[in-house]
Design a protein around this ligand. Structure first.
Ligand code: SF4
Length: 434
């Protein structure tokens, strides 16, 4: 088999972007928010937040109340009594976990999720997870991670959760070496996207691959020096580090957003895993052509419009690259919570060099710049969207882009529509008012 001869073609050399570094008041959700999509993904897991009533309200209102299904997340409330004495908090937690696992035999993996209050009272959830893990093994695995909002952004909750899962993976040894995966695709993807990607990998001839996190926590995943991993999400810094501790190597690639990003993402994997150029073209070309065509009506609406990103999800750079290169939007400021130059290298190489990057947040300064530049569209968190709409800006909630299936060829047009829709609505309203 010939290996793919095409290079991951980058139109320009990596540019040494100098982001504007900001620190100050931030307007972002905390890492608990990740539970909303993580609990849907890992179907036999339960997320027990150890936090306050505020934490309970956040996940309850963000996720909606599940009336017909047994919920797979809850909050063990830290109250005044717990704040007064740590021993009580540990005893209470053990009691709550026992009650939960007695009542819910379907739970195979329990995450104890730390919060600002549990960190403030220094409740050691890793010791609690070890203690409880011994009690409930082998029926239930118990892990912990922090979703606290102190100095983190909301997608880092997924990173912390996946990092905890990686640390619990079995090590590759002589006895299980045969099970070591060739490819691990890392980052939560909607099931529909995962199924499409799985079909493409199979059509490319790959046999030994898996998605992480798995849908069933009991799925056997062995990672070792033979394993290459491919990030499907741009916010998995710690997860990547722990995978590398197991010997896995990252495939450098842009992220699978838009037609171009998706093709280059698959191409990078195909090159690493020895897929022939002919096979790659045969599998990818029909998908690419169909997806490109599906973008045309949206390009009509978005071409020439300007866009400004507030830092929120970490998806900002790949989205900006896609909106600029495939839909003709003009990039103003692109804010990111933090810039991981290594994971973003392929994206930065494709980003319009005129783009102003900003890392971190000082919300007042950024609002001033946004007002001055008057973009046609602003991508921001929920807290900023309403005030900006009231000032006449058209906004897009960045959190919606994390909940919605947007990766891959088949979703490229849906992603474009998410940006085109608010502009179309605004035009219609203006016509009515005129
Ligand atoms: Fe608020 Fe912190 Fe709880 Fe998040 S973890 S809801 S930021 S108190």
């Amino acid at each position: 088999m010939n290996s793919v001869s095409q290079e991951v073609v980058l139109d320009s050399q990596p540019i040494n972007f100098q982001p504007l570094k900001e620190r100050g008041q931030r307007e972002v959700f905390c890492g608990l928010t990740g539970i909303i999509w993580l609990h849907r993904k890992i179907q036999d897991a339960f997320f027990l937040v150890v936090g306050s009533r505020t934490c309970a309200h956040l996940i309850q209102s963000a996720a909606g109340v599940m009336i017909f299904a047994e919920p797979r997340f809850a909050t063990a409330i830290i109250d005044d009594r717990d704040l007064a004495g740590l021993a009580d908090a540990n005893d209470e937690l053990d009691k709550v976990v026992k009650q939960l696992l007695d009542r819910r035999p379907d739970i195979k993996l329990l995450f104890l999720v730390g919060s600002c209050p549990s960190e403030v009272i220094k409740l050691d959830l890793s010791r609690a997870a070890q203690r409880l893990g011994k009690t409930f093994a082998p029926k239930v695995r118990i892990l912990n991670y922090s979703g606290s909002g102190i100095e983190t952004t909301f997608t880092q909750g997924e990173d912390a959760c996946l990092a905890a899962l990686v640390q619990d993976l079995p090590k590759s040894t002589e006895s299980n070496q045969a099970d070591e995966l060739d490819l691990l695709v890392v980052g939560c993807l909607a099931d529909v996207v995962e199924d499409q990607f799985s079909r493409i990998f199979k059509d490319l001839g790959l046999k030994s691959f898996a998605f992480f996190p798995p849908r069933e926590s009991t799925q056997k995943i062995v990672v070792g020096p033979k394993t290459k991993y491919l990030l499907a999400q741009p916010f998995l810094t710690d997860t990547a580090r722990f995978l590398e501790n197991l010997g896995a190597q990252r495939i450098a690639a842009p992220f699978p957003l838009g037609v171009e990003g998706t093709e280059k993402w698959f191409l990078a994997a195909a090159k690493e895993l020895g897929v022939s150029a002919d096979t790659f073209e045969k599998v990818i070309a029909p998908q690419r052509e169909r997806a490109k065509k599906s973008l045309e009506p949206h390009r009509e609406i978005l071409k020439g419009k300007s866009i400004f990103f507030f830092p929120d999800s970490q998806l900002e750079i790949p989205l900006a690259r896609y909106l600029n290169r495939e839909l003709g939007m003009n990039l103003m400021e692109v804010g990111v919570p933090y810039l991981h130059r290594q994971h973003m290298a392929e994206e930065l190489a494709m980003l319009d060099p005129k783009t102003q990057l900003a890392e971190g947040q000082n919300v007042e300064n950024q609002l001033d710049r946004c007002r001055e530049q008057q973009p046609d569209m602003v991508v921001c968190g929920l807290g900023l969207a309403n005030p900006l709409e009231a000032e006449g800006f058209t906004t897009k909630w960045s959190i919606e882009l994390v909940f919605t299936p947007i990766q891959g060829f088949n979703q490229a047009a849906d992603l474009a529509e998410l940006f085109a829709r608010p502009l179309t609505r605004k035009n219609k309203l203006m016509m009515v008012e005129a």
